[in-house]
Design a binder for this molecule. Structure first.
Ligand code: SF4
Length: 492
């Protein structure tokens, strides 16, 4: 008998082989899906949405049989709103995010999504749940999806009715029922195959999220290949792949890419030494002046607005690191700020930034759209600090530019100009600049997750977390200092 859950059904929509692999070759799975921060975001939204229709009873997560039994008991008792109500039909299991019970097996289904938009996957997800419920003998009067309303601005207490938008999905869910039935019939047979099914590489291998089996399914592709080329869209890569333009040799022969993209191919194939446009790099460096600051922000992006005047998914800066050189031969100094967990960090970040960066100081950041965007938001929030903040904003220079414009390119950058590729390419064996040598926090997503959880930690753990965050952010600006020095060295 076919046994399926909601997430397994959705995997099968993306690619049936994914489901087969999970059952028959789970050891080939490489986890590349959502970061802890993204997972926690979904949980926060799910918990809040439980209260969308007033009082509710929640079916505790656990053994499927027990969840189904508890649901039956609550339905029998006439509980009006049930969170995680669970059902199964013929091996197909589902927990409904919110179920509104009208008695006599008449119910309404409400799915909850932490995203601001309803993807096609959400539609498949509710269609599967509708199938299980109706086959179990329930009349589903309506199907709605509650998703985060990105236009909501928090004023005072959270307003759940405005935080969530409810979309009626009843008609389209009913229209999808023949498709659900057909897919389940197909999967019933497909999953019993003992030999590995044939499945061509498709966009589904990467979208809507990376399938953790690509390392296995793509094992016969030449390395590197068209999917390793940076800066072109997945759809274009698929078209080239289908035309047989797969290896870097194929790409070079067919000359399909623009010159700056061909650089990745040529450097890889011919093992070229770094290409440096000295005049362009010199001109970039000529725009900088002392005192010179190197700034990096860390932020988190809660789906649920935590503070006054915040909207869902606003980027909230909670930390920065700042290296500074007063003069060309001056000492490298460091300042940093990390807000207190649990408090609104925006005002304190804005004030400290104004204290730490003087007016008219040249400030280097890496990928300036992010830092500039956050500074503009802080300036908008705090008019008294706005002049100073906008002065910092207007004196920002983007250290990414020479790499983005391919004025400095090394093979090891693998076609990318992100600092996480540029740094190891320029300093391949420097343990001081290796993020893998950090403890606890190694990237921005981990930093966001760590800060979000910090308020709930015991003092000792909190201090450890604080130190991990400070070390991580400090490395970001130290990396920028070293990259700037490397550029200077390159032009003599
Ligand atoms: S890598 Fe592609 S073909 Fe293989 S299981 Fe994943 S989605 Fe399917």
């Amino acid at each position: 008998m076919l046994c399926l859950s909601r997430s397994q059904y959705c995997s099968a929509v993306q690619c049936p082989k994914m489901l087969w692999m999970k059952k028959h070759m789970p050891e080939q799975f490489e986890d590349s899906y959502a970061s802890p921060a993204i997972r926690d975001r979904g949980t926060d939204v799910g918990r809040l949405a439980m209260g969308l229709f007033g009082e509710y009873a929640e079916v505790p997560f656990g053994d499927c049989g027990e969840m189904i039994g508890k649901t039956a008991e609550l339905l029998e008792n006439g509980t009006h709103v049930i969170a995680e109500a669970s059902f199964s039909f013929d091996g197909l299991f589902c927990s409904v995010d919110l179920l509104i019970n009208h008695g006599h097996r008449h119910v309404e289904m409400v799915g909850v999504k932490s995203s601001a938009k309803i993807s096609e996957f959400c539609q498949h997800d509710v269609a599967y749940q509708y199938y299980v419920l109706t086959r179990s003998g329930f009349t589903v009067e309506s199907v709605r999806l509650a998703h985060v309303n990105s236009g909501y601005v928090r004023h005072g207490d959270l307003d759940l009715q405005r935080l969530f938008s409810l979309e009626d999905m009843t008609d389209q869910t009913r229209r999808r029922q023949p498709e659900v039935e057909k897919r389940i019939r197909f999967l019933t047979e497909y999953m019993t195959q003992t030999s590995e099914p044939e499945q061509p590489i498709s966009e589904g291998c990467f979208s809507p999220y990376d399938c953790g089996f690509f390392g296995y399914c793509g094992r016969d592709l030449p390395k590197p290949n068209i999917f390793d080329v940076r800066g072109i869209q997945l759809r274009a890569k698929m078209e080239y792949y289908k035309k047989g333009i797969i290896s870097f040799e194929d790409i070079e022969r067919s000359r399909i890419l623009k010159p700056d993209r061909m650089l990745q191919i040529a450097c890889e194939l011919h093992n070229r030494p770094p290409l440096i446009d000295r005049s362009a790099v010199r001109s970039f460096l000529g725009r900088l002046s002392f005192p010179l600051y190197f700034l990096d922000f860390e932020s988190f992006q809660p789906a649920v607005p935590l503070y006054e005047n915040c909207s869902p998914y606003d980027q909230i800066v909670f930390q920065y690191s700042l290296h500074c050189m007063e003069s060309e031969r001056g000492e490298l100094k460091h300042r940093e700020y990390l807000a207190q967990p649990g408090e609104d960090p925006r005002r304190s970040v804005a004030e400290r930034l104004c204290r730490d960066i003087p007016l008219n100081a040249c400030t280097l950041v890496y990928n300036m759209s992010f830092e500039k965007g956050r500074i503009r938001e802080l300036a908008g929030l705090y008019p008294g600090l706005s002049n100073h903040l906008m002065n910092v904003h207007d004196h920002i220079v983007d250290l990414m530019v020479p790499f983005q414009k391919r004025q400095y390119y090394a093979r090891a950058m693998q076609g990318s100009h992100s600092i996480k590729h540029v740094l190891p390419a320029l300093f391949p064996d420097d343990p001081e600049l290796d993020y893998n040598n950090l403890e606890g926090v190694h990237n921005g997503e981990e930093a966001a997750a760590a800060f979000g959880k910090m308020k709930d930690l015991e003092p000792e753990e909190m201090e450890k977390c604080r130190q991990d965050l400070l070390k991580y952010c400090r490395l970001d600006t130290l990396a920028m200092v070293r990259i700037w020095e490397k550029l200077r060295e390159a032009v003599g």
